[in-house]
Design a protein around this ligand. Structure first.
Ligand SMILES: Cc1ncc(COP(=O)(O)O)c(C=O)c1O
Length: 405
């Protein structure tokens, strides 16, 4: 014991992340610690935004039947039926047999990467996109390859570039689309959906469609958007992901799902394999599954509250910019849905310098766009979930600070 030459345990290479907070991490930690008056425009935890009381929904976790354990790897039939009903209420025909329950959308990604990829295989993801995806990929020893969304064209998918990326990466196994995307808020147009399906089928890729924000459309493009990929006709193997964290504003319940569509034989094989993955973890609690139906059947009012708030906050942002007059150097990027808004600010400072200045001068914290892999500097991301009076005051101060440099 203790002799020289002793080696400590070694860790996997894939968990060797750089865990330094980085400049934004340090800035935000200091800002949150420093001032009680700080308004955090990065807040998107719905349980902290003063939305309608969810206690009656959370009470569904107390169903007495939760005292028994009778595991069903793909999910309890009544919970899978509740998910199918949720889609039916939105005009999509989904069979409960094609629903798989998970503990979150993040877990759905992990299971799909296990299902579809061997170590070193690639998954194509949009850029910009959601900062957790690289970690989920690392954890499954999968590599992400980005395909571009075109900023100046409403973040439409650059299909030509995507085809080239697919050609260049024969190890790609899956193509991810986020509908609406985080943080850009862009919806996949019906013509893009068709092109993705065709490309995926031709190149043997599975399509993974992340729809966690689908119930929150609000932009000019929203009325003509594809409501959900679930239940749509298509030829590629397709997995549609969502969950209670956004649909019911209850991230703490930990219930997500995926809906499988595609050629019957392949979809059945995917379900069979997913059942073994699910059986290896049995990660979804019985209480959460029993709560699925009572929660999903009552999300209407909560979602109305959020949609109203998103519209009100977007309007406050637009008014704050308009009030600066035609010479205002700021622009809100148009979006079709979701909980965030992107604002173009002068590129006279770096994104982190803007964040620091805003904290100092306006006592407002925002996200810099680079956290979401937005290439163009001078793009700030704000959450639209805060209470309107709080949001209006914060965004007014932020807009003044960005405009005055
Ligand atoms: C686009 C997107 N997908 C998935 C998730 C993860 O959702 P969940 O809480 O269900 O894991 C998030 C969380 O913010 C997200 O923004």
């Amino acid at each position: 014991m203790g002799g020289s030459g002793q080696r400590g345990p070694s860790f996997s290479r894939r968990t060797g992340w750089c865990r330094d907070l980085g400049r934004f991490g340090l800035l935000s930690r200091e800002a949150r610690r420093g001032s009680k008056a700080l308004i955090d425009l990065t807040e998107s935890n719905p349980t902290r935004c003063g939305l309608l009381d969810t206690a009656p929904l959370v009470a569904s976790l107390g169903d007495r039947r939760g005292t028994c354990y009778d595991p069903a790897p793909l999910g309890l039939p009544e919970a899978r039926a509740a998910v199918a009903r949720y889609y039916r209420q939105r005009g999509a025909e989904v069979s409960a047999e094609r629903v798989v329950l998970t503990s979150s959308s993040s877990e759905s990604y992990s299971w799909l990467f296990k299902l579809l990829c061997d170590p070193g295989d690639r998954v194509l993801v949009p850029q910009p996109s959601y900062p957790l995806l690289p970690y989920l990929a690392d954890l499954e020893s999968v590599e992400l390859v980005s395909y571009r969304l075109i900023r100046d064209e409403g973040w439409r998918i650059d299909l030509e570039a995507l085809r080239t990326v697919v050609d260049d990466h024969p190890e790609a196994r899956a193509l991810v689309a986020v509908h609406p995307a985080n943080p850009t808020g862009s919806l996949v147009r019906p013509s893009e959906a068709q092109a993705l399906d065709r490309l995926a089928r031709q190149r043997g890729l599975a399509l993974i469609v992340d729809e966690v924000f689908i119930d929150y459309p609000h932009g000019a493009g929203a009325p003509s958007h594809l409501p959900s990929f679930a239940g749509q006709s298509g030829e590629a193997l397709r997995f549609v992901l969502s969950g209670l964290s956004k649909v019911a504003l209850l991230p703490q319940i930990k219930l997500g799902w995926m809906v499988i569509d595609g050629p019957p034989a392949v979809a059945t094989e995917a379900l069979g394999r997913l059942e073994v993955i699910a059986d290896s973890y049995l990660s979804v609690s019985t209480a959460a599954q029993l709560a699925a139906a009572p929660v999903l059947d009552r999300v209407g009012e909560l979602q109305d509250d959020v949609r109203g708030r998103l519209l009100q906050n977007l309007s406050a942002l637009d008014s704050a910019i308009a009030a600066r007059g035609p010479g205002c150097p700021l622009r809100r990027l148009p979006s079709d849905g979701g909980w965030y808004s992107l604002i173009e600010v002068p590129r006279s400072r770096s994104d982190d310098d803007w964040v620091a200045r805003l904290v100092e001068q306006a006592q407002v914290l925002t996200h810099p766009g680079y956290l979401f892999d937005i290439e163009q500097a001078g793009t700030m991301v704000v959450s639209l979930l805060l209470e309107p009076a709080v949001f209006e005051s914060a965004i007014g101060r932020a807009v003044a600070c960005w405009s005055e440099g």
